[in-house]
Design a protein around this ligand. Structure first.
Ligand code: SF4
Ligand SMILES: [Zn+2]
Length: 332
């Protein structure tokens, strides 16, 4: 039986490599349990690919959050970078009350860098003026195409709102990491790549880093329903590599990607044989920014190229490979 998830305990924490001012450093990563994303709770259903609704609780108090911070501090080993994820917006006071937010900034004041995530509507002029200079805010722009944002992702804010928030943060000397979604539902593989490239160019003026996040099929989401009936395939790693190659040297922001579920049927994947090598290439490039690090070879690159041609010919964004699979089995 699964252990009960206690509101006064962190969902998860670990340490990993990331970058501060061009240097690779260790980062403490904290996943906090909060009352959840306001957009997912608003009756909107939330974003089509987001399964965080099931990850949040509904009875997390200020004391619980402080207990989670105590836990984080007891595990802290002096990492120069701390990343705090809340499965929503750090600046939504229904998730993180002001006193807890201020405590986080105080406790980690000597860190070179703190990263938190937020929807753009919380990043008002008044709030931004109070933020510490070692802060980076991650903005989930996903796509610069308003129609994709609204119809495919159901994001509940516009790209223009993200840009405004990004510009405001930049002007105040706060860092910005922008997340883009590679292959929102209803876009073909090629359209997904084109969308990510256009979105990165849109985000570049207000982003220090652009993280390309290939869609990963999470449980209980709208996208999972599409995937189960063969109407969606998670992107190929070749597509992620292609996007990185096309953008490399043409944007100022650092390009990065650390795909969740990479190499599985639910995550970004290739043929299975080359997935680990292709994902390592993406990871190397995320640190080096050297396009030579993206060179990988496998015979399935040809299959990917044929896949792009076939979906164009058929005018579909459905999972063509699945449709052609004679067994028609859903590989979990
Ligand atoms: S993707 Fe972000 S904004 Fe959308 S529902 Fe999930 S947590 Fe909320
Ligand atoms: Zn392969």
């Amino acid at each position: 039986m699964k252990a009960k998830r206690m509101p006064n305990e962190l969902e998860a924490s670990w340490s990993e490599d990331d970058m501060v001012s061009g240097e690779t450093v260790r980062a403490q990563v904290l996943i906090m349990r909060t009352n959840g994303c306001c957009w997912a709770k608003a009756g909107s259903g939330g974003c089509t690919m987001c399964g965080y609704r099931t990850a949040s609780l509904s009875n997390v108090t200020e004391d619980d959050l402080n207990a989670q911070i105590d836990q984080a501090l007891s595990k802290y080993r002096g990492e120069p970078f701390v990343k705090i994820y809340t499965s929503g917006s750090f600046f939504d006071t229904d998730e993180i009350p002001v006193s807890v937010r201020e405590r986080v900034f105080r406790e980690y004041a000597s860190c070179k860098r703190i990263l938190v995530e937020s929807r753009p509507e919380f990043l008002t002029d008044e709030l931004v003026a109070t933020l510490p200079k070692n802060l980076t805010v991650a903005l989930g722009l996903e796509s610069s195409n308003e129609e994709v944002l609204c119809r495919c992702i159901n994001k509940g804010f516009t790209a223009a709102q993200s840009r405004e928030a990004g510009m405001r943060l930049k002007a105040a000397g706060i860092g910005v990491r922008t997340y883009l979604l590679l292959k929102p539902p209803f876009l073909s593989e090629q359209a997904g790549m084109d969308d990510a490239i256009a979105s990165a160019r849109f985000a570049d003026p207000f982003s220090d880093e652009i993280s390309i996040n290939p869609l990963n099929i999470q449980h209980g989401t709208y996208v999972e329903r599409l995937w189960k009936r063969g109407d969606f395939r998670s992107p190929w790693i070749w597509s992620l590599i292609e996007v990185m190659k096309k953008l490399s040297g043409t944007v100022n922001a650092r390009l990065m990607s650390s795909p969740s579920g990479g190499g599985s049927q639910r995550g970004v994947h290739n043929c299975g044989k080359c997935d680990a090598a292709a994902l390592s290439a993406v990871e190397r490039f995320s640190f080096s920014q050297n396009p030579a690090d993206l060179e990988v070879s496998c015979e399935c690159k040809l299959t990917w190229e044929q896949y792009l041609k076939a979906e164009k010919l058929l005018g579909t964004s459905a999972d063509i490979g699945r449709a052609l699979d004679s067994e028609l089995t859903i590989r979990m």
